[in-house]
Design a protein around this ligand. Sequence first.
Ligand code: G6P
Length: 508
Amino acid sequence: MPDRDGHTPEKYGFVVVSNRLPVDHTVDENGEVSWQHSPGGLVTALEPVMRANDGAWVGWAGQPDLDVEPFENDGITVVPVPLSAEEVQRYYEGFSNDTLWPLYHDVISPPTFHRVWWEAYVKVNRRFAERAAEVSEEGGVVWVQDYQLQLVPQLLREIRPDLTIGFFNHIPFPPLGIFSQLPWRERILEGLLGADVIGFQRGDDASNFSRAVRHLLGYTTTRPYIEVPLDDEVAPETAAVSKRGKWVRRVLAKQFPISIDSADWEVLARKPEVQARAKEIREGLGNPKTVILGVDRLDYTKGIRHRMKAFGELLADGRLSVEDATLVQVASPSRERVEAYMALRDEIELTVGRINGDYATMSHTAISYHHHGYPREEMVALYLAADIMLVTALRDGMNLVAKEYVAVRHDNDGILILSEFAGAADELRSALLVNPHDIGGLKNTIVRAIEMPKRDRVTRMRALRRRVLDNDVAKWSALFLDALADVRPGHRIAAPTKPADDSEEGAA
Ligand code: G6P
């Protein structure tokens, strides 16, 4: 179909659709425009698959009112979707990040429901679906990503029934009791069910989804399948017959836990200059006996306050001193125009100031706090410098930071303290698992980690490393795409061959 200017757009056999493009549009002080790698685990995860398949990536360039033609970036065709300033506010900051995000993360912060935000969400999802439909070749495969685009599978199927459509939810899917609060709950379920395969991080997310479909739509579910009733005229290629003799489309809904490009992280960790930097970081901190590290987007789901409370109390109780232990907290800026994030930043920074004011000495700080994203090499140096990695998320789809820490520790040392409410806890059973709401338990676990003999640390880290190195992001995408290819045999997608760029910033 010709575009606005009468050009016929190029077509691609494999199209990824996500809210954010893998590149950010930046303009420097001289007005020079450039495209920079944008942060986040999603980008790291999908780039290698895109390169292996010469595919196209449809998404938003991260700035309002930017209408740019598709272009080539680092071997990937980038297809920007424009959003107006009002759409950024209503669809992205509003419905995606002030309605869905808190609702899907156990209502840690209260979700806000606004009809105008929902209308913008529908409108923007339609635009993404139309763009994906324009650039997908006949019989192609489209892989839609995450909660910002849950209506795209259905809207896309309506325009292009020939496509095979996958959807992956990077964040948790909430239990029915919470999901039911959403005034547009049926529309979201129908939107997702436009996909042939719906991937979740954990088995619990997939069961929450199936249960919501059963209760709210009344469809039959036989795990891992959901039977979506069809009209008679639908292509029999994708149809099956239900037990009751009706035409149905069978949708696969199950877990595909995401991972990282583990081997690439390890390669960086073996670089002498990165190891030297790790030493330098410890020296800069005054060589405390134990360096404890937290790395997160500055988000209320991450439990940053809980970990600071536990650490502050250990100092107050005299169980730790600042010479014994420093907490390094990297909190990368995120969604800074959303009220709940502004309030969180104030609260965290007040807490850091108070704890440092009470306990820091001229030579040792209690909490070394950094409100930045860092390049990947610096992150690796930090992970190597840290004796203990502290992940205290109150709810998290996966938490790739936990996997990154494990991947870089080729010395088999270091301890991962991991919240049982992060998806990663399903796989990383040899971490010290904690309930971050239990501050007493968290304090005891931190002390236990500090005192743990090397032999035990090594046993645990070895087991963790086996999981993370065996189950990397290449395997994740191959498993998902194989499941998608099974829907329509003959539409196989190549597994990634080229490692991702190492210039990423920030936390997943
Ligand atoms: C999470 C979401 C991603 C999102 C990322 C960064 O990991 O699952 O979809 O891109 O956070 O958030 P942002 O709002 O900056 O895109």
